[in-house]
Design a protein around this ligand. Structure first.
Ligand SMILES: C[S@@+](CC[C@H](N)C(=O)[O-])C[C@H]1O[C@@H](n2cnc3c(N)ncnc32)[C@H](O)[C@@H]1O
Length: 266
């Protein structure tokens, strides 16, 4: 499956901001709890974006780790490098396209993280194979992605507003199935941890900020619902009116993020 990736720094930042303002749970705290990291380890973060997880690992380990952050987007890497200045450039940010052979040695890392990124890979066995190769024996791969019940209300509202089926999403359509099964095939042990974060909206505005950022970021995936800018705006108006009705009926809109944290050991 070929997936066009259309992330923009701005859309990603908007979604992260909505999560932190309207959710009550901290996904980084959950990740660190699940991973139980030991000082001195070598970490590779794949699809690091602007470095959110890299900085979280760095602070949690009080700088006692060798952290490499990688992404294919130069604009997100520039953002990460800007933030990296505050910690004396302690994280090594590099360009790496996970659809190509990794320019990294075999049996090298203790931990690889790929948060909300693995499902953008064109060839999952290839990318997971490269991750397996560069991990030390006994090293762990940690991935996060959406479980099938993720953001139920978001998809329900879009379905009701447009009367059309939801197109297959790269994450939710295969993360907990095809991707997990491939991890089970390649690694000696795999386990699943679940993170749930209800985002509670008392008005439609933040829900619409999230919806706009999410659907415009992935606009190519949604082209059965809109193609032009005007069609996008029409769909947004339809969504807003359904969301408003639901909010009036229920008093709030609760969109629950359901994330799977998969740990695979080499
Ligand atoms: C949803 S963002 C997650 C970023 C970060 N891990 C976080 O949680 O904030 C997905 C990331 O995957 C990256 N990505 C997409 N395709 C990629 C590829 N072929 N190689 C490397 N990174 C890729 C994007 O540039 C983006 O930074």
């Amino acid at each position: 499956m070929k997936i066009d990736f259309q992330e923009t720094t701005d859309d990603l930042a908007k979604r992260i901001d909505i999560h932190s303002r309207f959710g009550s749970k901290d996904i980084d705290a959950w990740m660190l709890d699940v991973l139980n990291l030991q000082p001195g380890i070598k970490i590779l973060d794949v699809g690091c974006g602007s470095g959110k997880q890299c900085f979280s690992f760095f602070h949690h380990l009080n700088g006692n780790a060798e952290i490499t952050g990688t992404d294919v987007s130069e604009s997100l890497l520039a953002d990460a490098r800007e933030k990296n200045k505050a910690i004396d450039n302690a994280v090594d940010f590099r360009n790496l396209d996970f659809n190509q052979k990794f320019d990294l040695p075999s049996d090298h890392f203790d931990l690889i993280s790929a948060c909300f990124a693995i499902y953008y890979a064109q060839d999952i066995p290839f990318t997971l194979g490269e991750m397996h190769r560069v991990l030390k024996p006994g090293g762990r791969l940690f991935t996060t992605g959406p479980m099938p019940s993720n953001k139920q209300i978001f998809y329900d509202i879009i379905r009701e507003a447009t009367g059309k089926p939801i197109p297959p999403m790269p994450g939710s359509s295969r993360y907990a199935s095809a991707i997990y099964y491939t991890m089970q095939d390649l690694f000696s042990n795999t386990e699943q941890h679940i993170f749930e974060n209800p985002l509670t909206f008392e008005s439609v505005e933040p829900f619409m900020v999230y919806t706009r950022a999410s659907m415009s970021e992935d606009r190519r995936l949604w082209n059965s619902l809109f193609e032009t800018h005007d069609e996008f705006e029409t769909v947004m108006n339809q969504i807003e009116s359904v969301a408003q009705k639901r909010l009036e009926a229920d008093g709030s809109l609760v969109m629950t993020k359901v994330v799977g944290g998969f740990i695979a050991t080499k």
